[in-house]
Design a protein around this ligand. Structure first.
Ligand SMILES: NC(=O)c1ccc[n+]([C@@H]2O[C@H](COP(=O)([O-])OP(=O)(O)OC[C@H]3O[C@@H](n4cnc5c(N)ncnc54)[C@H](O)[C@@H]3O)[C@@H](O)[C@H]2O)c1
Ligand SMILES: [Zn+2]
Length: 398
């Protein structure tokens, strides 16, 4: 129970202000704060949602090196008792073995039902920490402090948690909403450029789903969104607009369809293809999730155009924008061969297969994504063939 001393600390937060996006889910509603300096002010922002002034921070080794000390200092300054569990970095961490290790460590630390877990990291840390929080002691509170662009615009918001199994990605998990999300621009300064770009593919996704104005804005301001330290204040304004817009979009979709019975599936634009590519490349450095999403979106648009749903000009615009910021648009840049049949086999195993039929997100143009429950498999494999064939010759001008 937090006393008056800690409540004072909550009012001491200064900084450059932030935007607030509320995820409206009745009793499970929560805020996403988007701004600069939020990690340093974390204690003040977190105190009101804590049931006990105690947090266990779950992070990975890389993020710990850059940002754990700052967070622990901020929590201590607010009178919050804080411990940490540090996991190895990378997608492989989303495993039963690491989950067991994490839960064991949390129990060893003596977490109580009123203790809060804070996920400090990218989507990997958020997904496994959230899943651990949803099951340990039958569920304890958790908060998200996303440190990748991907996590800030996508994985930290909406309450999907989980791990991978040998049979596929995210096949074990839960819907479990955080109590608060703090998206701080500052933490992105240490993020490798390639990871930042990968997250940007998810940013573009929101424009493509149902916000053509946002896509147009990104065509003009994408570079500013992606600018890191050297470029100064303006970049933060662009970053903030982009992250806030994405979180609002995700908030709207999640509020309508928390458990993905319908509309939420639109967020999977490009993802069924992406997951197949990731499965084929081993979920590692060869192809990052966001890079796979950029390619997957291009395949989905190409397929949509071939099915007569989407104007060719829109396919070209999407490809041009990914290309302009430095994201891959096809399999060319990967320097390896792919086999359509095995990609299709991966897609069949994906969660988006319903009654044996491929359920895909297609597009009627920029800002007009739609769910297609029964895409002809022939058209899908033709689209994959085109993407695979493209890998024989490098993209023009990169
Ligand atoms: N739950 C959801 O709704 C949802 C949505 C999208 C993606 N995901 C999941 O998210 C995962 C991908 O997330 P990700 O792209 O954030 O990957 P990640 O968590 O692996 O982070 C990428 C890399 O960047 C490092 N890193 C993170 N923050 C850093 C920082 N500020 N400075 C320096 N290095 C930093 C990490 O250590 C890691 O090596 C996938 O497992 C995917 O399935 C989940
Ligand atoms: Zn994604």
């Amino acid at each position: 129970v937090s006393g008056p001393a800690t409540a004072d600390a909550a009012n001491r937060s200064t900084g450059n202000g932030h935007d607030t996006v509320t995820i409206e889910l009745g009793a499970r509603s929560y805020d996403v704060l988007v701004g600069t300096g939020l990690l340093a002010e974390a204690g003040g922002h977190l105190l009101p949602v804590l049931r006990q002034p105690r947090i266990v921070v779950v992070t990975d080794e890389t993020v710990a090196e850059f940002h754990l000390a700052a967070l622990l200092t901020a929590l201590a300054a607010a009178g919050i008792q804080a411990e940490s569990v540090v996991l190895p970095p990378g997608e492989r961490t989303k495993s039963f073995a690491q989950l067991e290790r994490l839960i064991d460590r949390l129990l060893e630390l003596g977490v109580e039902r009123t203790t809060t877990i804070a996920a400090l990291g990218g989507g990997v840390v958020g997904d496994i920490a959230g899943f651990a929080a949803s099951t340990i002691l039958r569920g304890i509170d958790f908060v998200q402090l996303p440190t990748t662009l991907l996590a800030q615009v996508d994985s930290s918001v909406g309450g999907k948690t989980g791990i991978n199994t040998a049979r596929g990605k995210n096949l074990v998990g839960s819907f479990y909403q955080p109590r608060l999300v703090l998206a701080d621009a500052g933490v992105l300064e240490t993020l490798p450029r390639r990871q930042l770009l990968a997250g940007y593919a998810e940013v573009v996704k929101y424009g493509l789903i149902d916000d053509p104005g946002f896509f147009s804005w990104l065509e003009k301001n994408g570079t500013a969104v992606l600018a890191q330290a050297e470029s100064g204040g303006d970049s933060k304004a662009a970053w903030r607009h982009a992250v806030t817009t994405c979180c609002r979009a995700k908030a709207a979709i999640v509020a309508q369809d928390e458990r993905e019975a319908g509309r939420r599936a639109l967020l999977n634009l490009g993802h069924t293809f992406a997951h197949a590519l990731e499965a084929e490349t081993g979920y590692g450095d060869e192809l990052l999730h966001g890079e796979a999403v950029a390619i997957g979106i291009c395949i989905a648009f190409d397929l949509s155009a071939r099915l007569g749903l989407c104007p060719n000009a829109d396919v070209a615009r999407v490809r041009a924008h990914f290309h302009a910021v430095g994201l891959p648009t096809g399999l060319a840049s990967l320097g390896r061969s792919f086999d359509t049949a095995s990609l299709i086999a991966h897609m069949r195993r994906d969660k988006k297969v319903r009654d044996g039929k491929l359920s895909l997100v297609l597009s009627q143009g920029i800002g007009k994504a739609l769910l297609s429950a029964n895409t002809p498999e022939g058209a899908v494999s033709d689209a994959l063939d085109r993407a695979v064939a493209e890998s024989a010759e490098p993209e023009p001008n990169s």
